[in-house]
Write a protein that binds this ligand. Structure first.
Ligand SMILES: Nc1ncnc2c1ncn2[C@@H]1O[C@H](COP(=O)(O)OP(=O)(O)O)[C@@H](O)[C@H]1O
Ligand SMILES: [Mg+2]
Length: 246
């Protein structure tokens, strides 16, 4: 069959969930304008765990925001689960994100005036998911927070807040989960628990995972690692190769 859909791949392989083609992006105005992403093309397979590494300022977070549909490139195309973001209005893109894209940030980004349960259930309600509260409670229990449903973020430890953020990201059962240095604000032991949980959820749910990290031991747990340098893809390697280089 002739492939018209940009996500089709050779026979026998599952289609790629994320297909980024010739993406360029500049941000800022006037003299502060910075060319951040340069000619980026990248495919991430269905269920793959991709590590994204590179020096600070190389464009990792920006590329993640482009994949998540939170930032639109100046040119090029982003396709997630067969849907081209170029074809979507802002409202349509927001709706798509609500169902298909889970995002975890370094600094948790919980809403301080909402309980753990509300932080997870309100986005589900907005996405039109039925039984949002029950589903949110189940998701929080599955990350070990069944006893913390009615706590506010300030009443939770950093690790617990990141668990809430993970539950929020996973609750709609998204096709892709993107995480931007999710252990960056946590001590080592707590960070390891979060990473173990993240990979356990990846194994259990089979969503496509993109993980930005500067921690090479963390990157090595991914199926494949892409390195950015000054806004370009510098190298792509299976994690074993990365180990050999280190
Ligand atoms: N809104 C913005 N306006 C101008 N420059 C930006 C903006 N956001 C990020 N940058 C610049 O883009 C580059 C890449 O940033 P970022 O994607 O955050 O890198 P990383 O996550 O790899 O540290 C940096 O030089 C940063 O200063
Ligand atoms: Mg960053």
């Amino acid at each position: 069959m002739d492939s018209v859909i940009t996500t089709s791949s050779p026979a026998g392989r599952a289609p790629d969930t994320i297909v980024i083609t010739d993406v360029d992006l500049s941000l800022g105005t006037g003299a502060a304008r910075v060319h951040i992403l340069k000619d980026i093309s990248l495919r991430v397979g269905s269920g793959e765990a991709l590590g994204l590494i590179g020096p600070s300022g190389s464009g990792k977070s920006t590329l993640l925001m482009v994949m998540a549909g939170l930032e639109r490139p100046d040119s090029g195309e982003v396709v997630v689960s067969g849907t081209s973001f170029n074809a979507l209005s802002e409202d349509e893109l927001a709706r798509f994100r609500g169902r298909q894209v889970g995002i975890v940030f370094q600094s948790f980004h919980l809403i301080p005036t909402m309980t753990a349960l509300e932080n997870v259930s309100v986005p589900l309600e907005l996405a039109g998911v039925p039984d949002a509260a029950a589903r949110a409670a189940r998701e929080l229990a599955s990350v070990g927070l069944g006893e913390r449903l009615h706590h506010y973020p300030t009443q939770l430890s950093g690790g617990e807040q990141q668990r809430v953020a993970l539950a929020r990201a996973l609750a709609p059962d998204p096709a892709i989960l993107v995480a931007d240095e999710p252990t960056g604000n946590l001590d080592e032991a707590t960070g390891k628990q979060i990473v173990d949980l993240l990979f356990a959820k990846h194994a259990e749910r089979g969503m496509t995972l993109v993980l930005v990290t500067h921690d090479s031991s963390l990157a090595q747990r991914c199926d494949r690692v892409v390195r950015l340098r000054s806004g370009r893809i510098d190298s792509t390697a299976p994690p074993q190769r990365l180990r050999a280089e280190a």
